[in-house]
Design a protein around this ligand. Sequence first.
Ligand code: PLP
Length: 462
Amino acid sequence: MKTIIEPFRIKTVEPIRMTTLEERQALLAEVGWNLFGLHSDDVMIDLLTDSGTSAMSAEQWAAVMRGDESYAGSPSFYRFEAAVRKLMPFRHIIPTHQGRAAEAILFSIVGGAGKLIPSNTHFDTTRGNIEATGATAIDLVIAEANDPDNLHPFKGNVDLARLETLLERQGAAVPIVMLTVTNNAGGGQPVSLANIRAVAEIAHRHGKPLVIDACRFAENAYFIKCRERGQGSRSVTDIVRDMFAVADGMTMSAKKDAFANIGGWLATNDDVLAAAARNRLILTEGFPTYGGLAGRDLDAIAVGLGEIVDEQYLRYRLRTNEYIGERLFALGVPIVRPVGGHAVFVDARRFLPHIPPLQYPGQALAIALYEFGGIRSCEIGTVMFGRKPDGTEAEAPMDLVRLAMPRRVYTQSHADYLIEVFEELLVARAALRGLRISWQPERLRHFTARFAPLAQGAPRGQ
Ligand SMILES: *Cc1c(COP(=O)(O)O)cnc(C)c1O
């Protein structure tokens, strides 16, 4: 059969409140044209993030009831630990309340002033936690990753020559090598098994441990199965085990590829690092058998990890975004290709060529998606990255809008509706206007800035 159906039925539903164009226009004015300010029940299709927004299964909810809330030594912890170890056989598995808590603990130990930490592309919380210790985060993704039309099958790969050079010249300053799978900040692009192994070989030859930021490990493994020579007939579980067999540790957000609404962990084979991490954990998260989570959360993660490597699920998951990407591309909507695992990225600068970067074409498109269709997306461009530390403004390398798909939440008709909204926008796009920022905070402005739409034909800049 050509049609790939959602491999689940729906037992519990959440109603979507339908809104009108006029209501949405009034709400946009109220929140200063910043979609983070909306109440989520004023959003019809929420593609702001795939983090923590997954629908849990009946088995996960049943596991929630089995959760044991003992302070120390809860059976929920041992079920969680066994489920992680089945896929990622690390000696020490340390639960945290979410991914960034694992990062904060790791970098409080291995980071510090003068240290250099390379990765393909660091996610923003990873970069933030590295920089908060005074260390420097270095992105070494292959050049193909920066070209939205380059169809390289593994655009998350590390540029091995640059990694080798960094370790040769400045190896003494590098405590660990990191690798993000899939490469979220680079568009959810996968890393090949060959590249993971080569990164590990180079790191180990220089005496450095490899730590994988594994948030979307299952999507990455399924990309390997579909795209990498010799991997097609292997099970996703075996590929996952191979990915982690060459690593010395991992950080994880269970809000992504564990189908949980909260949670994460830090894992390592290093006894000394683990002891330091547990000391830190007790200070900031909790006792090592719960680490900032309830027992019921640990049980939900344990079951979620079994479900996420299901190949019918992964086929449906990757196909969902690929389907949206194919349809948008056929309409002439410029997107980043190939489509990543968890999101479709629209190139707003090319979609709205009449809006210069400093009038925020990504924000203009995100606003229009909400105004026309009640769809919430996320600008990843000059609003997010354009303010320099000295307060000046410069255009970001790209102005993208991310349509991130929550796991098991929306159906194909939601996808078709999204595509229809883009059809309307194609007709209306010449009339879409840029924006100026009317108020902004000093840091991370995209969360709270307020905007004002510009009049037609306004001059460039603010
Ligand atoms: C989400 C994410 C994190 C941080 O995890 P949180 O659970 O949001 O703290 C780290 N790295 C990557 C690649 C992520 O996608």
